[in-house]
Design a binder for this molecule. Structure first.
Ligand SMILES: C[C@H](N)C(=O)N[C@@H](Cc1c[nH]cn1)C(=O)O
Ligand SMILES: [Zn+2]
Ligand SMILES: [Zn+2]
Length: 480
């Protein structure tokens, strides 16, 4: 069922106001992975809660307790649970999103201040941390609510919202909340939910909208090698002692090959090879090696074969090295032997891999490799957070509603994709609620989520808001 023309017109007419609201959201540096920003994550929860309330949503902020991050005990940002509509004749859609963001410093290489939304009038880009991941999509839902409230239009479905502030850091506390609420059956917050919609990933390219039925899981490791009680002068102690950095760099070099092969024994064996039928699915997608080169800004794909490249993101596990804490990294030439260094790496996992299967393989291998070094330094390996992979039934009416909505707004069929990123809570929703979960992305493949100069195109924000609203009408029209 098409969305009313007045809804579509309202979104177009109010585009500048919506962009200004996105500017307010981006201005709050709600970085969940840095304790110093924790008050900002709380500020963001209050801002979002206020917006939802002003648009007629009944909300509660659920305290998720405390956690320890980098040795510091911190309060977890609240989950925002919201509800609007309780008509038993209508379907009930649960919307999930996250109001926290990845870290960003201008010195990382941003052309503009990361927490000041810049509207590039020439390109139509809305540039700022969180613009596409995930503040833009969350605000897309606010735009839909505002249109209905202002126009006096009844919503076509009942809506439930679950917004969290820890997604970029393992979604701590949220699984327990979902499980305890679902244990309360129909009296719990999620009682009566018919389907879930998450807008928190990206198109494959910058042309073709998509809907997404899979996510990779993730296991994030921290590998610490420590030796002396303090940093040392390399001229005084070099070649006298075992150096933690030397050990760590050797260990990290044993994790992944330059061609992307994961070197931890047993990890890749769990994944079956794609047959011709499956390869044909990837072949049909509107995607090319050039799209990757354009998105990353250099011709550096691991293969020249489109299907191999795309399978690397959608259905293969990957291991990425992220950084080394404690190492010297500033300008100049400091002649230091760092006392303790921690390497961070993560493995994106696909079915049938689970964190429970992967973690022991990694720990055993790293310990074996460390033993081979005959070092007198100490090794510690920790799992910082993890999440399981997820694949959904894309023949479900929830996907059909999203396909029709995308068709109506963009006048073209969406690609059907699996995403390489992770949203840990997705599988929890699918399993605990026992309903279909859909990913309906707003942004493009070149948005630079987690990167410098993250952006959301103005047209994706505005047309994407129309898609979200139209999707609700399509769900409302489903008879199943
Ligand atoms: C896909 C989603 N927008 C996202 O970026 N998820 C993160 C989740 C995460 C896990 N650890 C840190 N962040 C991702 O896939 O990296
Ligand atoms: Zn993210
Ligand atoms: Zn996200």
């Amino acid at each position: 069922m098409a969305a009313p023309a007045e809804f579509i017109k309202f979104i177009d007419d109010n585009a500048n106001k919506f962009i200004a609201r996105l500017g307010e959201a981006v201005a709050i540096p709600s970085v969940s992975g840095n304790g110093a920003h924790r008050p900002d994550v709380f500020k963001m929860s209050a801002w979002l809660d206020g917006q939802l309330k002003s648009l007629g949503v009944t909300t509660s902020l659920v305290d998720l307790g405390k956690h320890v991050m980098d040795g510091e005990e911190l309060p977890l940002p609240p989950a925002i649970l919201g509800r609007i509509g309780d008509d038993p004749k209508k379907k009930t859609v649960l919307v999930y999103g996250h109001y926290d963001v990845q870290p960003a410093e201008k010195s990382d290489g941003w052309d503009t201040e990361p927490f000041k939304l810049v509207v590039d009038e020439k390109t139509g880009r809305l540039i700022g941390r969180g613009s596409t991941d995930d503040k833009g999509p969350i605000l897309g839902w606010l735009n839909v609510l505002e249109a209905h409230k202002t126009l006096g239009l009844p919503l076509p479905v009942n809506l439930r919202f679950c917004f969290e502030g820890m997604e970029e850091n393992g979604s701590e506390g949220l699984d327990d909340l979902i499980k305890s609420e679902t244990a309360r059956g129909n009296d719990g917050f999620f009682g009566g939910v018919d389907c879930v919609c998450i807008s928190d990933n990206y198109w494959l390219n910058s042309r073709t909208p998509c809907i997404t039925y899979g996510l990779r899981g993730l296991v994030y490791f921290k590998l610490t090698v420590s030796g002396p009680t303090r940093d040392l002068h390399s001229g005084v102690f070099g070649r006298m002692v075992h150096e933690p950095m030397t050990d760590l760099v050797l260990l990290m070099s044993k994790l992944v090959a330059p061609d992307g092969t994961i070197l931890v024994p047993g990890v890749e064996d769990l994944v079956s090879a794609a047959d011709e039928e499956e390869r044909a699915i990837y072949e049909k997608l509107d995607y090319s090696v050039e799209d990757v080169n354009d998105a990353v800004g250099a011709p550096i794909t691991l293969s020249d074969d489109k299907v191999t490249v795309i399978m690397g993101r959608m259905r293969m596990p990957s291991l990425s090295l992220h950084g080394i804490e404690g190492a010297f990294y500033g300008p100049g030439a400091k002649t230091v032997i760092p006392a303790s260094v921690s390497g961070k790496f993560s493995i994106r996992i696909v079915p049938p891999q689970t964190p429970e299967l992967i973690e022991p393989l990694v720990i055993q291998y790293v310990e074996q490799e460390f033993a081979k070094l005959n070092s007198k330094n100490k090794l510690k390996i920790e799992n910082l957070h993890d999440g399981r992979p997820w694949v959904a039934d894309y023949k479900h009416w929830n996907y059909e509603a999203a396909r029709r909505a995308t068709q109506a707004v963009y006048r073209r069929d969406p690609d059907l994709t699996r995403e390489g990123g992770s949203i840990p809570v997705t599988l929890t929703f699918a399993e605990s609620l026992g309903v279909n979960v859909l990913l309906l992305p707003m942004g493009r493949g070149d948005d630079g989520a987690h990167s410098t100069n993250e952006k959301l195109d103005r047209s994706n924000f505005i047309e994407g808001s129309k898609v979200l609203g139209t999707y609700l009408y399509e769900v409302g029209a489903i008879k199943a």
